[in-house]
Ligand binder design. Structure first.
Ligand SMILES: [Zn+2]
Length: 272
């Protein structure tokens, strides 16, 4: 677990759940095959390795998580967030809520035990537009199989957590936590802005998978992005706000706490 940083009423730590290795073929581009080829050449390695993160927020009303990692369901290289929680002295029963950025396995599967809830006392706050989309089983046939996991997660989430699933709308969620829509990766993909005033923290889920490429070229995307053009537009919009408002940024696949800076027509990261 990273050293905790304070944002408003919350002490926030990053937990690394593991490293996910995506085949280079999964790297894509929202504009053209030529641009995709250039991004692949610029990366220059056969896999795109990325941290998978979850976040612990210690606040006045207890312990919250943003995202939940993979649990034991993606093999031994992942799911290490559970050990990290235990090492920090946090038991599953201590977690009062989990805020999900979207309904993908590396963010939501950690909610589940072998049977039932892994976090027996937690409410699960999930973006309403993702619940609406992935909760509609009739839509599953309209997306390719490799992007259909969200439907299984929505069904399992509702079956396991029942009325503890709380649909989140854009705007204030709790005092000091605001949901910001950033669609593209999924239809209802949200980030959570933590704290008050200057220097807030934006936990942006899967807005970015490969910072070293996507800050400089927001059109770089992944095949798991449901709507690549919308995802690129969300990146431009959020990078602009984050740099202007001096937000600290982190996310599902960002290492540590970063600052987004405008650099001419593009953006870059520096450690926050
Ligand atoms: Zn995702």
């Amino acid at each position: 677990m990273s050293e905790a940083r304070r944002f408003g009423a919350y002490e926030v730590s990053v937990l690394v759940d593991g490293v996910y290795q995506a085949p280079i073929e999964h790297l894509s581009h929202a504009t053209s095959q030529a641009a995709q080829d250039a991004a692949v050449a610029a990366w220059g390695k056969p896999t795109v390795d990325m941290d998978v993160n979850l976040f612990v927020l210690k606040g006045p009303d207890g312990i919250s998580l943003v995202d939940a990692g993979t649990g034991p369901f993606w093999g031994p290289q992942l799911g290490l967030g559970r050990e990290a929680l235990a090492a920090a002295g946090i038991q599953p029963a201590d977690v009062v809520r989990v805020l999900l950025t979207h309904l993908h396995g590396d963010h939501a599967l950690g909610l589940f035990g072998e049977t039932g809830r892994y976090f027996p006392n937690a409410d699960v706050h999930a973006p309403k537009p993702d619940l609406d989309f992935f909760g509609n089983a009739a839509l599953k046939a309209t997306v390719p199989a490799y992007r259909s996991g969200g439907f299984d997660i929505a069904a399992r989430l509702l079956a396991t957590y029942g009325d503890r699933v709380k649909p989140v709308e854009e705007g204030p969620v709790l005092r000091g936590i605001e949901a910001i829509a950033m669609p593209g990766h999924t239809p209802g993909h949200f980030g959570y802005l933590i704290g008050e005033g200057d220097g807030r923290l934006l936990l942006w889920g899967d807005l970015v998978h490969v910072p070293s490429l996507q800050l400089a070229d927001p059109d770089v995307c992944f095949i798991y992005d449901a709507d690549p053009a919308a995802g690129a537009a969300s990146r431009r919009s959020i990078f602009t706000r984050a740099s202007r408002e001096h937000w600290v940024a982190s996310g599902g696949h960002v290492s540590g706490f970063m600052q987004v800076e405008r650099a001419g027509d593009v953006w870059r990261f520096s450690p926050a």
